[in-house]
Ligand binder design. Sequence first.
Ligand SMILES: [Zn+2]
Length: 249
Amino acid sequence: MAEVGVMPSDVRYVIPTHVHLDHAGAAGRLLREMPNAEVIAHERGVPHLVDPAKLIESSTRVFGESIMALYGRPDPVPAERVRGVGEEEHLDLGAGLSVTIIHAPGHAPHQVSVLVDGSRSLLTADAVGIVYPGLSALIPTTPPPSFNPSQLVATIGALRQMSPGELLVPHFGARSDVDWVFDRTAELVESWVDQVSRMRKLKMGLDQAAESMEKAVASDAGVGDLPIYAKVSVRTSVMGIMHYLDKNP
Ligand SMILES: [Zn+2]
């Protein structure tokens, strides 16, 4: 920010798309540096930003204690500095720039995506799958504890209706092949849920199911073996699907 001449005190809004630690873990810390900023988040995420205790508990339950060493413990966001939004909200940023914040559940119930109105660039959040640099396969983003497949597919439909010209994807980068990313995400979410459901009926556990999906992704990408970070993503997504199937047998 200093390199482009923006002072932390110039920042008015911090908009974490959802409260998962890799997206919002530093929100409280950033606010300490940005005295004039307020946080804007989906109303269902606000309680977790103000009091991250449950978020820390659920993250360590899913990923183990090491997750806190990797990400650091999130600082609470002061309640008076966070504003919740609902289904859709228009935000005027000044200087002719405005964004539309839209509820985008499925990956998590408290997720939003953000459309930059003029450029029609859509900050998707994790509503679309992960594509790692150098690995030409899409991995669905279906983590525990709150992944919901029908909501995720409905969200992709709603985002498509906004006619974005490009997608700004946190995992990873700007994509102009908008339809492909939407189509492939929806297709793989449904097919992974089917496949994991069948594996569960065969009494396969997490390790076996994750290994099987890793092989599918490796073959899709045309590589012999996946890098460790891609394996972690696959395993997390399989875990989320299993968790969903436990709750919705
Ligand atoms: Zn996430």
